[in-house]
Ligand binder design. Sequence first.
Ligand code: ASN
Length: 502
Amino acid sequence: MSLLREAEKYIANQHAHGFNTFITPLPRAGQWLDRVKQADKRREQGAPKSPIDGCLISIKDNICTRDLPTTCGSGILSKFTSPFNATVIEQLENAGAVVAGKTNLDEFGMGSHSTNSRFGPVKNSRRDGSGHDLSAGGSSGGSAVAVAAGQCYAALGTDTGGSVRLPAAYTGTVGFKPSYGLVSRWGVVAYANSLDTVGILGNKTSIVQDIFRILNQHDERDPTSLSTFTRSRILSQLQAPQLASRLTSTPLRIGVPIEYNISELTPSVRRAWLLSLAYLQEQGHTIHPVSLPATKHALSAYYVLAPAEASSNLSKYDGVRYGTRVEGPDSDGQPDSYLYANTRGSGFGGEVKRRILLGTFSLSADAMDNYFIQAQRVRRLVQQDFNAVFAAEHPLAAVQDTRLGAEQIDILVCPTAPSSPPRLFDVTGPSSGSSPLDAYVNDVFTVPASLAGLPAISVPVTTSQSSHNSSAGDVAGIQVVGQYGDDELVMKVGELLEGKRF
Ligand SMILES: NC(=O)C[C@H](N)C(=O)O
C-alpha cells in the first residue's frame, strides 16, 4: 500500500473512532499530504530518507510542536502553542516522518489511566467480555490507543514511572522506555527531571527500534543528554558488537525477580509470565530467580520524589509569563492580587494539585529528612539491587555494586502491571470509590527501572486458555528490563516474546 493510502486510512480512523485519543488530531487536508506524497516518490525511486520516511507518528501532548498546540492535558496550557519544536520532533521530521496529531494524556503526565485530562478520559480501543469500556493506562494512553486503533503508524510518549509501558500493556501494543539520557528531552515539558524519558509506542518492536535508532543521539541543548564521547566509547562496547553473539551463540541468563511475585498478581497475568518464561527456556535460554529486595519500597519512594520535582517544575505556571491567566478582582477592587491563586486554582486539575501539595510538603524543612532524603536513599538501594544482579557492569557507575552470592543475569523478565486493564467506570470520578493510591499501585512493576534509569520494554503476549472470552483479559504486557545502555538487548528479547500466543 502506498504511504498516502496508509496515511488516509489513519486519518479516517482518527476521525471515526470516539476513543478521545487526540487533543489535536491531524486535519484531513494540509501541507502534510504533500510531504507524504514526496516520501512515496522517494520510496518508488528506492531512496527513502529513513525507515520512517512518510510515516505518520502521533505525539503526546507534552512534547512541544511549533505547528500544533501543546496543552499537557491541562487547563493552564489549554491555549498554548510552543514557538519551537522539541528536538525529537526535529529528528523525526528530518527522517521524513509526519506528525500525526497530539495525543491525550493525564495532565502533565500525572496518572495511570489517562483519566486526569482537562480534555476528558481516553478510552481503550478494546472492551472487556461484557462490553464495558476499559482504562487505556496512563499517562500516555492517547498515544497507545492511537497505535492500537490504527490511527497512526507509531507514537511518542513520555515515561517517568511507567507512562509508556503501562498503556502499552493495557492496549496490547509495544512500549519502550530507553535508558535515561539517551533520547533528548529538550522541548519536552518537564514533570520530574531526574526520571523523565521520551518513550516509543508501536505495534511491533521492530518499528520502535527504527525510531529509537533515529532519536538515540546527543543533544547539546539537553544537559542530561549523554555525550557523544560516552556513547561511542562506553555504550558501544555494551551494545551492537556483542549483541549478535549474546543472542545466538550464548544462551541468555534470564532473571526472574522473586519480589514481583506478589499476591495481587491476577491469574491471567501470572499465567502469561510463567508461559513467557517457559517459552524462553524452550528457546535455550536459562531462567534464574533473583532477589531485588528494595523493590517493596520503590513505589513509595517514587511517589515522594516525582511529586517533589513536579512541585518545583510547575511553579512557573503563574499566569504572568505565558499560559492561561485568570484574574479576579478582590474585595478592594484591585484586579491582580489573587492572580496566582486564581490562575493555579482553576488551571490545574485535582491530581496535579495533590502532587504539588505532597511535593511542597516533602521538600519543606520539617519533612525533608523523613521523606525526600529517605526516598533518595531507597532510590540508591534500588539501583544497587539491579547492579548486583546484572552480569554487565553499569557503564557509568563510579563504584560497582556487588553482592555475594547474587545470581548474575543478562536481562530481567516480569509482568508490566499486576492486572489487566480495569473498567474505566471503576477508576473515573468520585462515584467509582477508587482512591489515588489505587492508581499508583498500577506502577508497582514499572517504577523500579525508572528509579534506576534502566531501559525497559512492554510487549503483549496472549494466553488463550483463560477462563473467560474477553480479548482484553487474555492479553498481558510482559516487561523486559536490562542494564543501563543495554537498550538493544532489551528490544531483542522483547521481540522474542512479542505477539506470542500460549
Ligand atoms: N508519568 C508516569 O510515568 C506515570 C505515573 N503513573 C505517574 O503518575 O507519575
